[in-house]
Design a protein around this ligand. Structure first.
Ligand SMILES: [Fe+2]
Length: 199
């Protein structure tokens, strides 16, 4: 089964895309940062010396999150219950292979910055969250279409490469946090009719 599957959820407006890109920057004091320092990736507290260097940046909670998310999803028929699970993430340059510890299931919508998402298999079961490519076998590669919603299996090792711009900015719905599906297969089979974001 593909670890990334296109959904028929609605495309957002151009003004929503602009609002997301600007909102990420204007809320930089709330952005969690994992920056590359030498060969290591380091957690830096939200807001501390915000800068766009190689790494992963995530705006997960901010003061006007619900109002902000309502505006970007307008004029669609929205399920307001789950707006607190809708966040903005940005990666700068390639992201090394990893599994996401805090979330196993998400929906992703790339707003800007085309790149490849690559999934891997490994013989090494000693999962520590971060991997070197030499220990892995590439199994699936997707160039996610911009402005398109995808179900995403975060529990399989994945990376981002072949970046066409240095920043890739996406909306992410943390489906694990909603707790409606027992695993990725359950999610893929039922998410289109679940009304978790759009009704
Ligand atoms: Fe990830």
């Amino acid at each position: 089964m593909y670890n990334c599957i296109k959904l028929s959820w609605p495309k957002l407006s151009d003004s929503a895309h602009e609002r997301i890109l600007n909102g990420f920057v204007s809320h930089h004091n709330s952005v969690t940062q994992v920056r590359k320092v030498g060969n290591e990736y380091k957690h830096v507290p939200a807001g501390e010396n915000f800068m766009k260097s190689t790494g992963y940046y995530h705006l997960m909670h901010w003061d006007d999150q619900i109002e902000f998310n309502k505006k970007i999803l307008e004029p669609h028929n929205i399920n307001y219950d789950n707006l607190k699970h809708l966040t903005i993430q940005q990666s700068i340059n390639e992201l090394r292979p990893h599994v996401d510890i805090a979330r196993k299931l998400t929906v992703i919508y790339v707003v800007d910055g085309s790149a490849d998402t690559v999934f891997y298999a490994t013989d090494n079961n000693a999962s520590i969250g971060v991997y070197s490519k030499s220990a892995l076998t590439e199994i699936q590669r997707f160039n996610l279409e911009l402005h398109t919603w995808y179900a995403f299996n975060n529990s399989v090792i994945h990376s981002v490469d072949n970046c066409q711009k240095n920043a890739r900015t996406s909306l992410t719905l943390n489906v694990s946090g909603i707790g409606l599906f027992k695993d990725y297969i359950d999610m893929v089979n039922n998410i289109e009719n679940s009304n978790i974001l759009f009704k």
